[in-house]
Design a protein around this ligand. Sequence first.
Ligand code: NAP
Length: 274
Amino acid sequence: MADAFVCGHPISHSRSPLIHRHWLGVHGIEGSYEPLDIAPRDFAAFVKRLPASGLAGGNVTIPHKEAAFTAVDRLDEAAEATGAVNTIWLERGLVHGGNTDVVGFAGNLDEVAPGWRSGKRVVVVGAGGAARAVLLALQRAGYSDIRIANRTVERARELKERFGSDMTAMSLDELPGAMADADLLVNATAAGMRGELVVDPAPLPAHAIVTDIVYVPLETPLLKAARNRSLAVVDGLGMLLHQAVPGFEKWFGVRPAVTAGLRRLVLDHIGARS
Ligand code: NAP
């Protein structure tokens, strides 16, 4: 029997308990997955106590992903590259931290738009924490021309410095020119959550794939505009589901599947329609 958690502040909005408890039920595992509200001032001590706690590990969410990066004993390659940790597990008494948003982003596209890996040119809008995971996934998938646009252009420049020379940093005003020959457009901003259209897909070529990592609402203004143009669209819910897979496997020893039933369960919970 293993026990896991998701910690954040606040934490009541988290859909992770729904996902992991579903998998515990599917696999008949006598484990638990509990939401824990941990204030920022208590987070480092919480991580220090983990080896003696009897817990197998858990997820880390807002606002602790960067604090977890410095608090854990060991980092995996994705956490090291992104500077953020969203999954924690114990190995031989040490606290390990990983960033599964990277495989979550790629797993979602692999499932819904498998041709995405043959693209070369991509436009990423946004330069926050999630954009870092997106950029690493794109580099790993072989994208050789990555254009990052952000409202605060300085943050886009910082990501270019961090991730390398195959990237170009730009302002939102430069988007139309950058999109004209793009194979993929990724919206990694939070704008869709507030119903704002931060980038108009009009300049994209007809073969382009459009994805938004926001999943509430499921159909963001960007995805709606892209669908109206008959472009291939991928919503952000699959990223949430796929990023959960490696953690569950670490804590409970079984690799779970992202299924239509799980997607339906979470959709019902957020009150959206697929
Ligand atoms: P973050 O670090 O706070 O970054 C937010 C980004 O959005 C920044 O680039 C910010 O630009 C931009 N932004 C926010 N409002 C904007 C607006 N009105 N117009 C233009 N740009 C705007 O947040 P994050 O952790 O990267 O998360 C971004 C979004 O992804 C959130 O909605 C989060 O819920 C979602 N997310 C989804 C998944 C998933 O599994 N599907 C995983 C992680 C995150 P500035 O730099 O100019 O402020």
